[in-house]
Ligand binder design. Structure first.
Ligand SMILES: [Zn+2]
Length: 160
C-alpha cells in the first residue's frame, strides 16, 4: 500500500520534475544523488530545501527504511549545505526540519538563523501555538509552558 501511494505521487511530484530538469528551480548545491534548492516559499531569507533526486516518501522513516546508505548520504549532503549556508550567508546556525506534509517527496528544510540571540527575544503572533494536533505548520519558537501533569502524561505516552 505504501509503495503504491508513493508511486502514484511520483507522477505529479514537483521535486521529481525539478530533479529531472522539467521544472525550474534555483539550485545552490548538487551532486549525483541530491539537490539543494532555494525554497520558493521561504519563511526566512535564504531558506533552502535538500531533496534526493530519486523519489522517496516524505516521512523520514521512508528514506531510513528504504536505504540507510541513502539516509546517511543525505545527512552528509545536508551538513555540507549547512556549511555552505554559514559561509555564504554569514549565519550563526541553521535550523533543520524534516517535515514533508505538502510535497510527498523526501525533503529537508534548512532555515538560516542570522542572530541566535535575537531569535530568543522575538515574540511570534499570539495564536501560533496550538499545543494540540499538528495544524499544518510549525514554529521553532518556544510555546506555552506545560504543567508537570501534562509533561508526565506525554512522557507516559512516549516512553519506550
Ligand atoms: Zn518525487
Amino acid at each position: 500500500m505504501v509503495e503504491k501511494s508513493i508511486e502514484n505521487n511520483k507522477q505529479e511530484c514537483i521535486f521529481c520534475k525539478i530533479a529531472a530538469g522539467e521544472a525550474s528551480s534555483y539550485k545552490v548545491k548538487e551532486d549525483e544523488k541530491f539537490l539543494a534548492i532555494l525554497d520558493a516559499f521561504p519563511s526566512v531569507k535564504g531558506q533552502v530545501l535538500v531533496i534526493p533526486k530519486e523519489h522517496m516518501g516524505s516521512d523520514i522513516s521512508d528514506v531510513y527504511n528504504t536505504s540507510i546508505e541513502t539516509f546517511n548520504a543525505m545527512m552528509k549532503f545536508v551538513m555540507d549545505t549547512i556549511d555552505l549556508m554559514k559561509k555564504k550567508l554569514g549565519v550563526e546556525m541553521v535550523v533543520v526540519v524534516w517535515e514533508g506534509m505538502a510535497v510527498k517527496h523526501a525533503h529537508i528544510k534548512l532555515y538560516p538563523v542570522n542572530d541566535v540571540s535575537k531569535s530568543q527575544i522575538v515574540k511570534p503572533p499570539i495564536g501560533v501555538f496550538i499545543n494540540g494536533p499538528y495544524p499544518g505548520f510549525t514554529c521553532t519558537a518556544p510555546g506555552p509552558k506545560l504543567s508537570d501533569q501534562e509533561l508526565k502524561d506525554m512522557q507516559r505516552k512516549l516512553r519506550f
